[in-house]
Design a binder for this molecule. Structure first.
Ligand code: C2E
Ligand code: MG
Ligand code: MG
Length: 321
């Protein structure tokens, strides 16, 4: 299958994501992917998109997540799922990760200087980046980009990296927080975090994975999981961000469950630097505010009585009132 996928890459390009170079296909294809990525780095084809996170209370944009894209000269914009695994496998992620930190800090500084709301920017940090002995130095260098103060950079890490080496992780995250960086656990609920580890970690927030958020209005199990994560996070004095919020119903449920922040296509897809700048300038917050505060049923995909019934059930089950 990997063979076919790589030989017939389809509109999205070759199978950069094949993690088995010696499997059915094709070390050559794999090496070609790495070479292309090397060139992409040298020719500055990588860029950052930004997606807003909004406050669940009033819909205001409170931060941005930086998400990498590959602007391929022939294939157009390629999503990270197609090439980040190969960056990690080849070790190129260290160089790219360091560029992402610097670029996000540079953008932050430029926006702040132009008087745009100084929102914090969260950067995804891959496991090998965090584990690298130079990580804290790199972070510090990126933050001191203006030689005066710290940029408003936060980091997102996944659960797996924590479980691998908890002591090392605690040490690094403590050092990062001393630099003013806030730390989030990304895709929470999909890894194998031990709750005991979670309590020991110097972190600030949990991001609930898209897969749970998608089903929160449909499946009692997902509702139970999302609700439990929110209660757990608040019990540990952490903020909670729901990822992948796409509908007004999901937004309303998450507000009822006291989720602190939301991120998702309902508010905005990840967009270019210019587009996010426009959004920040023109107060596109108002759209998000309307979604968050509106009781309109126009964009619901379920009927009003059904919606009310589910909402009441959620309130009863989770004692939300
Ligand atoms: P992530 O950090 O969990 O980022 C959230 C992903 O969910 C993004 O996908 C975003 O576009 C997508 N998303 C946001 N809202 C919605 C929604 O409402 N519906 C749906 N269906 N999806 C939504 P993206 O940009 O393709 O990034 C995928 C993953 O690639 C990221 O997941 C992150 O793990 C990784 N990644 C992205 N940029 C970087 C980077 O600079 N460095 C590293 N190491 N990894 C990165
Ligand atoms: Mg993330
Ligand atoms: Mg995530």
């Amino acid at each position: 299958m990997a063979n076919n996928a790589a030989k017939n890459p389809g509109p999205k390009g070759p199978a950069f994501t094949d993690r088995r170079p010696n499997a059915s296909l094709d070390k050559r294809q794999h090496n070609k992917g790495i070479k292309e990525l090397r060139r992409a780095i040298d020719e500055r084809q990588l860029l950052l998109y930004y997606q807003p996170k909004v406050n669940s209370r009033d819909g205001r944009i409170v931060g941005l997540e930086a998400l990498i894209r590959w602007n391929h000269p022939r294939r157009g914009l390629i999503a990270p799922g197609q090439f980040v695994p190969l960056l990690e496998e080849s070790g190129l992620i260290l160089e790219v990760g360091s560029w992402v930190l610097k670029q996000a800090a540079t953008d932050f500084l430029a926006w702040t200087r132009r008087g745009l709301a100084p929102l914090r920017i969260a950067v995804n940090v891959s496991p090998s980046q965090l584990k690298h002995e130079n990580f804290i130095n790199e972070l510090e260098r990126a933050l001191r980009i203006d030689k005066v103060g710290h940029a408003g950079i936060d980091i997102e890490i996944t659960e797996g990296v924590v479980v691998d080496d908890i002591e090392n992780c605690i040490r690094k995250l403590t050092a990062a927080r001393e630099l003013g960086v806030r730390v989030a656990i990304d895709d929470f609920g999909t890894g194998y975090s031990s709750l005991r580890y979670l309590a020991r970690l110097p972190i600030d927030s949990l991001k609930i994975d898209t897969s749970f958020v998608r089903m929160v209005t449909e499946s009692p199990n997902d509702l139970a999981i999302v609700s439990a994560i929110i209660v757990l996070a608040h019990g540990l004095d952490l903020d909670v961000v729901a990822e992948g919020v796409e509908t007004v119903e999901q937004c309303k449920f998450l507000r009822l469950l006291r989720c602190d922040q939301m991120q998702g296509f309902l508010f905005s897809k990840p967009v270019s630097k210019d587009a996010i700048e426009q959004m920040l300038k023109s107060g596109a917050n108002t759209t998000a505010q309307a979604h968050v505060t509106s009781d309109s049923s126009s964009s619901r995909t379920i009927s009003e009585p059904e919606y009310r019934q589910r909402r009441e059930a959620a309130e009863k089950t989770w004692a939300l009132k």
